[in-house]
Design a protein around this ligand. Sequence first.
Ligand SMILES: [Mg+2]
Length: 133
Amino acid sequence: MSESFLVIDDSKLLHQMYRLIFSQGDLAGSTIHYATNGREGYGLLAAHPDLTLVFLDLNMPEMNGLEVLARARAERLHSHVPIVLVTTESSEDDEARGLAVGAWDYLRKPFQPADIQRLVRRARELRRGRGAA
Ligand SMILES: [Mg+2]
């Protein structure tokens, strides 16, 4: 089974970290799309309806993570695709807001590879539950 992921984050350093995590274990060989701002990320989300999981940074130029999320959900864009809002320690209000507008979960920076792997396992279970895998 070929899986694909979308990382939307304005930090090139974070892109490198995702790249490393997605090169290991059973994630190796999966396809990862990268965007460096919310607008670009929204475009990639729209272009790829069959993503396994999306990692969406909260703080970004152009459109922030909450704007991307709210727009995607309001337009019912691939509503079956789970979107994880990636936040920082001090953004509890934004986490609650994110969940309210349709984030599947949130992930706080700094995160560990195991956090990503756990979210991927849950996303796979979600797909299996829907008979999509
Ligand atoms: Mg950021």
